[in-house]
Design a protein around this ligand. Structure first.
Ligand code: UD1
Length: 344
């Protein structure tokens, strides 16, 4: 019998790529998603890649009774990967209560329901945002947690605390917290990729939408930072590489190989690239000239951050393998596919 895993936010960007990797690794997947920032068609894309249709429930993780009924329906869920969350930094400043409600209540519901249904572990989607602007780069998992720059960032910090407090209280399950750097790119099959609703907040979808003409011009938020070319530096990681780390984390948790009841891993490449370097590389691989303009800094942006991924490399036996060139090309192919299908 296949081991059953619940993936919340499983039709979303990182969630959908992770469902593919879980199914390829032999897991039976149940997706729960409220479709607030994704579409049910994503399930078709997953099926076209893997040949297996994951179970899908359109459901909000904040709905306690609905989640309870879902656990009862899909009896025997052994592990959870919890992606479902609101994630736009700027929007979180405008709508803090929405962010606190969505990101806290969904986690609380899962943690409370897990023991009732015998779930053994939860992988939590966290972010390098918890480090704020680190004093030492590359940043390790032991770096101090800085005051959050946005309600979104605060939810990730507090969710990590909620998980630790709960696990240390002696509940019968474990957790692995994964701190993502900047996931980009699309599946090589071009069946799934990043498709935010509305105007993209993140760099790469804005870049590809500008390249194809959906957006007129890309704004580069600041070139007066204390970095070699003045633009911000991030650690851009291929989404399929990132997804594979989740399968390793689930294996580790369910096979009792964790060394602590809560483990934390950075998921990045270890390489920092500036916004301007990304734009240049995108132009090279796509052959499209980007219309962009340097504008003022964006509120809440961190100057530079990239990962020290040694702990994940050594403990999980996982490394980010794809080059940024191939990854940007995959994002561009995905955008071309969306155009071909008349979606965007
Ligand atoms: C942010 C969060 C991260 C979160 C992610 C999810 C921080 C520090 N990081 O990542 O935790 O998981 O959002 O949405 O809070 N840029 C432009 N023009 C654009 C868009 C972006 O120049 O149109 C620049 C930004 O200033 C930044 C870089 O591109 O330097 C990456 O931005 P983005 O893709 O939004 O990700 P982060 O802000 O790094």
């Amino acid at each position: 019998m296949k081991t059953k895993i619940l993936v919340t936010g499983g039709t979303g960007y990182i969630g959908s790529h992770t469902v593919v990797e879980l199914q390829n690794a032999g897991y039976d997947v149940v997706i729960v998603d409220n479709l607030s920032n994704s579409s049910a068609d994503v399930v078709d894309g997953i099926e076209r890649i893997t040949g297996i249709r994951p179970a899908f429930e359109k459901l909000d993780c904040n709905d306690f009774e609905g989640m309870k009924a879902m656990f009862a329906k899909y009896e025997g869920i052994k592990g959870i990967i919890h992606f479902a969350a609101s994630k736009a930094v700027g929007e979180s400043v405008q709508k803090p209560l929405l962010y606190y409600r969505n990101n806290f209540v969904s986690l609380l519901n899962l943690l409370e329901l897990m023991p009732q249904f015998g779930v053994e572990g939860i992988v939590f989607s966290s972010s390098c945002t918890v480090y704020g602007q680190p004093d030492i780069l590359p940043v390790t998992e032991n770096a101090p947690i800085k005051p959050a720059m946005s309600p979104y960032g605060n939810t990730k910090q507090v969710c990590e605390e909620i998980i630790k407090d709960t696990i240390y209280s002696g509940v019968p399950y474990k957790s692995i917290i994964l701190r993502y750097f900047n996931p980009i790119g699309a599946h090589p099959s071009v069946e799934i990729g990043e498709l935010p609703n509305g105007v993209p907040q993140n760099l790469i979808p804005f870049v590809t939408q500008t390249a194809i003409g959906v957006r007129e011009k890309l704004s580069v938020y600041g070139d007066d930072y204390n970095t070699p070319d003045g633009s911000c530096i991030r650690d851009y990681i291929n989404v399929v590489d990132l997804s594979k780390a989740h399968v390793i984390a689930v294996d580790r948790m369910l096979q009792g190989k964790t060394k602590q009841d809560v483990e934390i891993f950075n998921l990045g490449t270890g390489r920092g690239l500036s916004v301007l370097e990304i734009l240049k590389t995108f132009e090279q691989v796509s052959g499209v000239k980007l219309n962009y303009q340097v504008v003022g800094r964006r509120d809440g942006d961190i100057e530079q951050v990239w990962a020290n991924p040694d702990w994940a490399n050594n403990e999980l036996g996982w490394t980010a393998k794809e080059t940024v060139e191939d990854t940007l090309l995959s994002a561009w192919k995905w955008q071309l596919k969306l155009r071909e299908k008349g979606i965007m």
